[in-house]
Write a new protein. Structure first.
Ligand SMILES: NC(=O)c1ccc[n+]([C@@H]2O[C@H](COP(=O)([O-])OP(=O)(O)OC[C@H]3O[C@@H](n4cnc5c(N)ncnc54)[C@H](OP(=O)(O)O)[C@@H]3O)[C@@H](O)[C@H]2O)c1
Length: 292
């Protein structure tokens, strides 16, 4: 029996869809959800729903009974990064208690020097989880997922076609952007195929690109010139503050743009191509699909 956590989220729900596409019987899949009322579509597919929360150890001990393989989708807690680490450890500990045999964990792409980058805390949380998982003695597979291509849309904003400008302080930073959907497909493949015991995979695209190239792709898709401007962070923050953007989002954009500028996600790899049996969707294609 397989269990997917974060099953009402975007990654977990797609992973379940891909498990079903890969002919896994719905009766073989369980889903951990915080709120069963959000799981209607999963129930309709015949998936077994287990209510549980990463903050509630006993709920997970109950939910993980009889599970052989767990897809542990990392927490999205925004209050404090340490909360995420505690959530993941709680889940791994509960899995250990009930004898889960294998955990597949969604981590994040990591490059040497990450300790000094803008996303150091975020990376350390994943690193600590990976260590804890390895030390648990449970078989593991770590998926170091690249940055979602979908995040480009948040970074460039929804007014880009009107302003004809991408304003984002990522400088010349490149990243190997990848579709969440394709990462979920790879995770489903790992869940149902052999040979992944105690392995760590970097799952990124095969080409890294920056915002200059994204602006060119956007120009081609929209049929008009889109400029890329990379102000300094102080200027950028002031512009967002003036536009009334909440501090939580400003902090997030500041952190990710700085980390992109520091080239912390500029990591090309072929593993995802192998899992998908095709090349991952390029940023050019992604932009064309959205804006053309
Ligand atoms: N690689 C990247 O670029 C990237 C970008 C963003 C996020 N991520 C990471 O990848 C994960 C999956 O991405 P996503 O797009 O699917 O995020 P998402 O749509 O926000 O889904 C996160 C899931 O985690 C569940 N969750 C959060 N706190 C929980 C808790 N205390 N107990 C149990 N479940 C909890 C949520 O449950 P509810 O449905 O009840 O809210 C949701 O189902 C994120 O959580 C984050 O760690 C990666």
């Amino acid at each position: 029996m397989i269990l997917v956590t974060g099953a009402t989220g975007q990654f977990g729900s797609k992973a379940i869809e891909h498990l079903l596409n890969k002919e896994v019987n719905p009766s073989e899949i369980s889903a951990l959800v915080r709120d069963a009322s959000k799981a209607k579509s999963l129930i309709e597919k015949g998936i077994q729903i287990k209510e549980g929360d990463y903050t509630n150890y006993n709920s997970m001990v109950k939910a993980f009974q009889g599970i052989d393989k767990l897809l542990l989708v990392s927490s999205n807690n925004r209050d404090a990064i340490e909360n995420r680490t505690a959530h993941h450890k709680n889940a791994i500990k509960a899995a250990k208690e009930v004898g889960v045999k294998h955990i597949v964990y969604t981590s994040f792409v990591r490059k040497p020097g990450f300790e000094d980058s803008a996303i150091a805390d975020f990376q350390n949380s994943h690193l600590e989880t990976e260590r804890y998982l390895k030390e648990s003695g449970i078989d593991y597979t770590i998926l170091q997922n690249g940055i979602y291509a979908e995040m480009i849309l948040a970074f460039i904003g929804d007014k880009v076609a009107d302003t004809k400008t991408i304003l984002f302080p990522a400088g010349e930073g490149n990243a190997s952007w990848v579709l969440r959907e394709e990462l979920a497909e790879a995770a489903a493949k790992v869940m149902i195929s052999k040979g992944h015991k105690n392995k760590t995979y970097t799952l990124t695209n095969t080409e890294s690109v920056g915002f200059k190239s994204i602006a060119e792709n956007l120009s081609a898709a929209l049929g008009e010139k889109i400029e890329y401007k990379s102000p300094n962070v102080e200027e950028y923050r002031a512009i967002l503050e003036k536009a009334g953007i909440p501090e939580m989002y400003i902090g997030m954009f500041d952190m990710w743009s700085t980390a992109l500028k520091q080239q912390t996600m500029d990591e090309e790899d072929d593993s995802l191509t192998t899992f998908l049996n095709r090349k991952p969707t390029s940023v050019r294609q992604f932009i064309r699909n959205i804006y053309s």
